[in-house]
Write a protein that binds this ligand. Structure first.
Ligand code: ADP
Length: 325
């Protein structure tokens, strides 16, 4: 096992105080990250937020103006070669050469990784098959659809057997079907033990794929956590209690006071952040009044709400919503 994997231990990527400016423009103003190995991390932000810049720094394509980071156990400044050997990067800096075929792209990659001819052919064939590119393998990559190009890009990245993959906006511009197939690919990568660092403008994508999400806004991480944690950060959540016994329903209304009522469904809605503490308190009130609900559901606001509340970029977000549909 390569030493980079051994030394990676639990944290695949960690960063403290990353900064980057272009001229007068501060793009990153102190970014901290900690990404457990084997997880999917989504860096979420509108166009121009600095997502690609973070990926470029962590993959050692450009250097930061300040701060430190370790990727796969290697310091990005002291050991960029170690970082590069352990990662794969796909996205805006796609390595796909449109003039040659998909298969030739794969074999070129195998050469770059010093695989023997036979091994290179075996790995290329396996990955072309896995990414549903066998039929297209002998055609120039320039004739591929957007989804096929991205699949080829990821297949090429996997030739090097990276432990951490950076996917910079992997589904931007793809139709919904290709987007869903890309999500499936990403899930499979993770189930194979790879750590995925994903950037996206799509809230739904982060919600679907990521174990943890960081919202990048104005050069800083505006919020970070699981999708559920982020949703709990802002108001809009509630608990809904439904009753089958009208007397229990009335008793609940009496004990709970200010609630939204649904007389027809015998349901009440109580504003709540959905936390354990809030639920315990609510159940305590019901218990003390001897009232028992038939059903209790917690409703959290969705990530759109969080994004609006924390970044104030409503226009971008509504655009994103449209794109996702
Ligand atoms: P995102 O990936 O979130 O869309 P980027 O990281 O690409 O954002 O860009 C963040 C900001 O940094 C943008 O305003 C962009 O114009 C600026 N920027 C990125 N690269 C350069 C560069 N090489 N020179 C000058 N400005 C840049």
């Amino acid at each position: 096992m390569p030493s980079s994997v051994m030394s990676m231990s639990q944290t695949a990527v960690s960063a403290v105080g990353l900064r980057k400016s272009y001229g007068d423009k501060t793009v990153l103003d102190g970014i901290d990250l900690s990404i457990p190995a084997g997880s999917v991390f989504a860096l979420l932000g509108p166009n121009g937020a600095g997502k690609t810049t973070v990926v470029q720094i962590l993959s050692t394509l450009i250097s930061a103006d300040g701060g430190r980071a370790r990727v796969a156990g290697h310091d990005i400044a002291d050991s960029p070669g170690g970082v590069r050997a352990a990662i794969g990067v796909t996205g805006q800096f796609s390595a796909v050469d449109g003039l040659i075929t998909g298969e030739e792209n794969m074999l070129l990659m195998a050469d770059l990784h010093h695989l023997s001819k036979g091994e290179g052919r075996r790995v290329a064939a396996e990955l072309l098959e896995r990414f549903d590119l066998v039929e297209a393998a002998k055609k120039p990559a320039s004739t591929y659809s957007g989804g096929m190009k991205r699949r080829l890009d990821i297949a090429m990245t996997l030739v090097g057997d990276p432990r951490i993959i950076f996917l910079d906006e992997p589904t931007t511009g793809l139709d919904p079907r290709s987007r869903h197939s890309m999500w499936q690919i990403i899930r499979e990568l993770v189930s194979g033990g790879v750590t995925v660092f994903l950037t996206t403008q799509y809230l739904e994508e982060a919600d679907q794929l990521a174990d943890r999400i960081a919202l990048l806004n104005d050069g800083r991480i505006a919020a970070e956590g699981t999708a559920e944690e982020l949703k709990r950060l802002i108001p809009g959540g509630h608990v809904r209690l439904r009753f089958s016994d009208p007397a229990a329903y009335r008793a609940a209304v009496a004990v709970l006071g200010e609630v939204t009522l649904d007389d027809e469904a015998l349901a009440v809605q109580i504003p709540s952040d959905g936390s354990q503490r809030a639920l315990r308190e609510l159940l305590g009130w019901l218990d003390s009044a001897g009232v028992e609900a038939d059903e209790l559901t917690v409703h959290t606001p969705d990530l759109d709400d969080v994004f609006f509340a924390l970044t104030g970029t409503a226009q971008q977000t509504s655009q994103t919503k449209e794109d996702v549909r």
